[in-house]
Structures are given as structure tokens and as C-alpha cells.
Design a protein around this ligand. Sequence first.
Ligand code: CP
Length: 316
Amino acid sequence: MKHFLSVKDVPDLSALVKEALAQKQNPFGNKHLGQNKTLGLLFFNASLRTRLSTQKAAQNLGMEVMVMNVTQDSWGLEMQEGAVMNGDKAEHVKEGAAVIGQYCDIIGVRSFAGLTDKEKDCQDEVISQFVKYAGVPIVSLESALRHPLQSLTDVITIEEYKTKPRPKVVLTWAPHPKALPQAVPNSFSEWMNVANVDFIITHPEGYELDTEFTGKARITYNQKEAFEGADFIYAKNWSSYQQYGQIVSKDPAWTVNAEKMKLTNKAKFMHCLPVRRNVVVMDEVLDSPESIVIPQAGNRVWAAQAVLKEILTSLP
Ligand code: CP
């Protein structure tokens, strides 16, 4: 594995899931692999899980880790090619990424969609520029378009909790007070399309995701119909893709509650976290035995560890 930016970088998903579960069983068995190697983690946006789980995964593999909150601690980075840099950006990514690549063997980058310029977000500019200029493997810690470490975690968690070979997995939109990017649902959809699951997406009209990501998923505006017989309910808010970055509904009828969960096949409840209680999902669901959001977040370590191990093994 050279870079880890999407499911397309994974030649064999089932082998990677097995590797992550093997890492979970034996977290320190590959500590030699990362000896004298450095992971740089660059955050253009806030994080709890991605930051700590990736750091822990790297430490389990014997790596040194350097973390930078880029927008607070470093020079403003210009991303645009040929920019006349007479504004507030002091350094171009051509130098910035290349210099960080001199210090690190692998670089993780988190940079969310701005949600104001659809064309720019669709180019996934920040992560693409790091791939172009850093000269070392890049791991997406969530880009404008995708959150592959979260999605790999979700596949691992479904593998652990499924009670049938091909479970029914429902991605449901849920309300939220703020406009959120589409990266998590895009990525989840992309990975579910590769995994062996019966995948359904439900959302209100106006929240259609880019078909590049939803692929062959069944899509319905009827949330209750989608929930019927489901084995996993994966809740997430996202802003409109068509009316780019806009909130077109905050309908509380879409909040996941115990009544809707009763329609399912005793489904496990999943969410990538952080989650707004009693907005996205009611306490009665999040605090129920069916909620697996904490072990799901715990699996972030093994997803990151499997990916870092693959990249370390491929380093020249
Ligand atoms: N799920 C997730 O990526 O969490 P953080 O934003 O806290 O890293």
C-alpha cells in the first residue's frame, strides 16, 4: 500500500479486516516494524478519535509520532498552484509538504470540506497537494470527500458483530443544528459497496449523496421502511450535496429513537462520533445494549494499525 486515501487503495478488503483483527489480538507483535520511523499527523480541523487512535496505533508499531494543529501552530499554507502570495498565506504547500516529508516516513492529513465552494471541495485539494508534494505515503485522516480510516473501522465493527453472512446495513440521515460535510456518508457508502452487505441509504428529499459514492446502494426516502429487518443502523448527518453545504431539513422526525429500532432485527446502533444526543439519536438508543458506538470507536486503533503496518511493510 502506497497511500491510504480511499477503498480504492485496498486491494483485498477482507484481508485488511483480518489484519486489523489480528492486530487487535496481538497489539505489540509488530513493534519492530516502526522502529526508527516517524509518523506526522497534520490537523487542519479538530479531532478526538482520529488523533488519539492513530497515535496509539503508530506507538503500538514502535513508531515515533509528531502531531501538529496546522491552522493554529504553523504558517498558513497556500494550496493553489501559481498563486501570487501577497495575502495571508506565508508558505506554499509545495515547500510545506516537501519539508514535512523530510522529517516523516508517513504523513496523516485531516482537512475537511469548506462547504462553500463545491468545485474546490470536490477536488480534495489539501490531501491531493500533500500526495503530490510530500514525497512520502499519505494517510487520509478525513478529507473533503472521504473518511477511510472511519470506514475501515466500520467494516471491522460490522464483521465483529454480524450474526449472518450478509447483514442488512442501513445508513440513515439524522438531523443536526450545523451543516456537516458528506465525507463520512460518502466514504461509508463506498466501503459498504465493496463489503458483503445488503446496503440501504435513507434520507429526506434534498439530501441525495453523489452517486460516485452511493454506487449500487438502494436509496429510499422512507426511513421506517429502510429500518425494517435491519441488522445495523448507522446514523449520520450531512448537509445537502445538491444545494451545496446547505441545511434543507432539520426534521426531528428523522431522529433515531427506540420505536424505530423496534422495526429492525435487533439492530446494532452505530455512529462515528461525536454525536449530538437527542438530536441525531435519543438517549434511549445510545445508552441501550444495542449501541456499539464505544467499541466502534475503540476499533479505530486497529484500523489505523492495519493500515500503518501495510504502508510500513511497503516502504523502500
Ligand atoms: N469519528 C471521528 O473521526 O472522530 P474525530 O473527529 O473525533 O476524530
